[in-house]
Design a protein around this ligand. Structure first.
Ligand code: NAD
Ligand code: MLT
Length: 526
């Protein structure tokens, strides 16, 4: 019989499901050396956020087939090591959405009315009504950063409370946001105008310290911030300073850069701060949802069935995978690139198969495109299993076509992303040895191998422009690995794709845009 280790407290309903197919040991609070010592005996490991499933733990888990995270964030699991070892990692992307949204709303109200502090005061036998004068939410502006599952539920409830809702999310369309009663705006507008700001973002290099000394300085002195997403998105030291000097009015935090929270200046503050120990998902309902969701997936994988929310392993059948693997990789790359060309926001995505691909099932390729397109927004939460659902939920309209007339390459894939009347397109194909190539951008033919960093320019075809870009990059010590230009007519519109060995900063990109003849430039990354 298979053996499962449950190393964090989970709802008993989850344990019962696991017991249908395995011997289950619930051993919580294990010290890391003990976990390393025993993990080799188990086929599956189920955790919440307390157990740190590090690379040594995964390497020692010689029999592990699956790791289940009863929750959303998998930041306590070394997913790349698990993937390398062929271990499936599963989570529960939606099981605690309502719990986290309601905790956010509870913190917002507690912050507005000083409820924890008033409770503490009355327990000290005080009766101080003047000290706890609050503010109303009604007709105030709520700014939501990250309008995903939790953010959109907060938006709907906030509207019902009579709040005006602004949202910043570069990967959501304005139309989708308005369906939840939110007006999509830029980050600056939220920062400068909102009375309450709530964070519902994943922690990524882009979002780390998104709220920092500079952004805090731009907020109104009456602004209150709530963070129920991930610690580290707010710079805690800068927040402490802003609260202490009354640059903003208050903050309620459920998550911290280091958990459990140890030494922290935030504890020294008074009425202006409310702290909870990562309770967003701590409801009976959410704990049962996530435990059942993840236990069912562990049970299925132990029975040889696919998992429905695998973070790292595609849920396609092995045959289809084998046949399509090189095209799936190409599709994911093109999806990522067309998303970057559209600057993240796509209302309609058209996918067109040409050549030999016309004979193939379009679905797996579409899924790979959507996974590439959505990864910057959803990180590891989007996978081959949920990419279609995620795209539908985000209001992306998909058009699938097959064109048996185009025969430039053996099999090629063409994507068009449309947003508010603006269109971007990219095509790609595989060369004889299965090597991926970008074969056209916005209708201009090119032939470039995708690379980690690429500079794309839209410019007028004229003498000297390539030299200027080359000298600029050389001057800034950015090494060029390859370069291609594409145009349809001599001295007309053209594109230049430069593969780079080094990254380009935003400032350099801005300067490139000032070179005469260049209309627009992008840094594309893979
Ligand atoms: P989600 O993936 O549904 O939504 C995240 C949203 O953030 C997406 O719409 C995405 O487009 C947007 N986004 C990504 N990068 C962005 C950026 N740079 N700027 C603006 N928006 C960006 O996720 P969710 O389920 O709503 O969860 C949100 C967060 O809450 C996650 O960090 C999750 O781990 C956390 N969470 C915390 C608790 C808790 O106990 N406190 C419970 C559940 C989830
Ligand atoms: C999550 O990512 O699911 C939440 O942070 C809740 C938890 O860690 O249990």
């Amino acid at each position: 019989m298979a053996r499962v280790l449950v190393s964090d407290p989970i709802d008993p309903a989850g344990v019962e499901i696991l017991q249908q197919v395995a011997h289950v040991d619930v051993l919580t609070g294990l010290a890391p050396p003990k976990l390393l010592e025993i993990i080799g005996q188990y086929d599956a490991l189920m955790v919440r956020s307390e157990t740190k499933v590090t690379s040594p733990v995964i390497e020692a888990g010689v029999n592990l087939k699956i790791i289940g995270r009863a929750g959303v964030g998998v930041d306590n699991i070394d997913v790349p090591t698990a993937t390398r070892r062929g271990i499936v990692v599963v989570n529960s992307p939606g099981g605690n959405t309502i719990a986290a949204a309601e905790h956010t709303l509870a913190l917002m109200m507690a912050l507005a009315r000083h409820i924890p502090q008033a409770d503490q005061s009355i327990r000290r036998a005080e009766w101080n009504r003047a000290r706890f004068l609050g503010v109303e939410l009604y007709q105030k502006t709520l700014g939501i950063l990250g309008l995903g599952k939790i953010g959109s539920h907060v938006a709907k409830v906030a509207r019902a409370l009579g709040m005006q809702v602004l949202a910043y999310d570069p990967y959501i369309s304005a139309e989708r946001a308005s369906q939840w009663g939110a007006q999509l705006v830029d980050l600056d507008t939220v920062i400068r105008t909102a009375d309450f700001i709530t964070l519902h973002l994943p922690k990524t290099p882009e979002t780390t310290r998104l709220i920092n000394r500079e952004t805090l300085l731009q907020m109104k002195p009456t602004t209150r911030i709530i963070n129920c997403s991930r610690g580290g998105i707010i710079d805690e030291e800068a927040l402490y300073e802003a609260l202490k000097h009354k640059q903003i009015a208050g903050a309620a935090l459920d998550v911290f850069a280091q958990e459990p929270l140890k030494e922290s200046s935030l504890r020294e503050l008074g009425m202006e701060v409310i702290l909870t120990p990562h309770l967003g998902a701590s409801t009976e309902e959410a704990q049962a949802n996530v435990a059942i969701d993840v236990a069912e997936q562990i049970r299925d994988v132990l029975l040889g069935l696919p998992a429905k929310s695998a973070v790292n392993i595609p849920g396609l059948s092995p045959d289809v995978l084998q046949q399509l693997k090189p095209y799936l990789e190409l599709a994911e790359i093109l999806g990522a690139l067309v998303g970057q060309l559209a600057r993240g926001r796509v209302d309609t995505l058209e996918i067109r198969l040409q050549g030999v691909l016309v004979e193939k099932d379009i679905k797996p390729l579409l899924i790979a495109v959507l996974k590439g397109l959505l990864t910057p927004a959803l990180q590891e939460r989007v996978n081959y299993v949920n990419a279609l659902i995620e795209a539908r939920e985000r209001g992306i309209h998909v058009i699938e076509t097959k064109d048996s007339t185009g025969q430039d390459y053996m099999g090629s894939l063409h994507l068009e992303a449309r947003t508010g009347g603006i269109e971007h397109s990219i095509s790609g194909a595989l060369l004889g040895e299965g090597e991926a190539r970008i074969t056209a951008i916005n209708g201009m033919p090119i032939n470039v191998a995708p690379s980690k960093w690429m500079l794309l320019t839209h410019h007028r075809d004229m003498p000297g422009i390539i030299g200027r870009v080359g000298s600029f990059l050389g001057h800034h010590n950015v090494n060029i690995a390859g370069m291609q230009v594409g145009r349809q007519v001599v001295r007309g519109e053209a594109v230049m794709m430069v593969s780079l060995d080094d990254p380009l900063s935003d400032e350099m990109l801005k300067e490139i845009c000032t070179i005469p003849g260049i209309r627009d430039a992008y840094v594309l990354t893979l």
